[in-house]
Ligand binder design. Structure first.
Ligand code: IMP
Ligand code: MG
Length: 173
């Protein structure tokens, strides 16, 4: 394994996910929201989050591939796997691992908006605000983190490190 350094411990992440769950519980009581996870990275956060909610939810996933997203020009995203559930008229919460340039999540939000949900909000475990290239409204955020490459909690580098429970900074791949 390369060199990783813990940035946010699993205990802190666990506490923060519980707080986010309480906020969603309060805002979505009686609304039966649909949580849409963005694969692959969101699977850890989504699984932790739903087990801390006390309201009923339905769950679906989209899979998006992002490419070319880095410093100079905004990258592009493309849909690899779309929604299975009908979400027209439903309250939808998109659940993401991390928002960096915003290109990926903007694409997902636009895709979902076209299906006419009753409401649409974004919940991301991590946010790198300094990386933003396109504007996205982030309704629920676990942690804002600095502009470094993070792994763990579902985040990967070349498909590695997703399983790490702490959020780590990758110092050497
Ligand atoms: P975007 O730049 O906001 O479009 O983010 C694109 C995707 O890149 C995210 O959904 C993540 O899967 C991934 N990503 C962004 N920043 C990191 C990081 O620090 N570590 C691992 N994956 C990242
Ligand atoms: Mg992602």
């Amino acid at each position: 394994m390369g060199t990783v350094r813990v940035l946010i411990s699993k205990e802190l992440i666990d506490q923060r996910v519980a707080q986010l769950a309480r906020a969603i519980d309060a805002e979505y009581a009686g609304k039966d929201p649909v949580l849409v996870g963005v694969l692959k990275g969101s699977f850890v956060f989504l699984a932790d989050l739903v087990r801390k909610l006390t309201i009923p939810v339905e769950i679906d996933f989209v899979r998006v591939s992002s490419y070319g997203a880095r410093k100079q020009s905004p990258g592009k995203a493309k849909l690899v796997h779309g929604l299975g559930l009908p979400i027209k008229g439903r309250h939808v919460i998109v659940v993401e691992d991390i928002v960096d340039t915003g290109v990926t999540i903007r694409f997902v939000l636009d895709y979902i908006t076209r299906r006419k949900p009753a409401s649409l909000k974004l919940c991301t475990l991590f946010d790198k605000p300094s990386g933003r290239q396109v504007e996205v409204p982030v309704d629920y955020v676990g942690f804002a983190i600095p502009d470094a490459f993070a792994v763990g909690c579902g985040l990967d580098y070349d498909e590695k490190y997703r399983y790490l429970s702490d959020l780590c900074i990758l110092e050497e791949p």
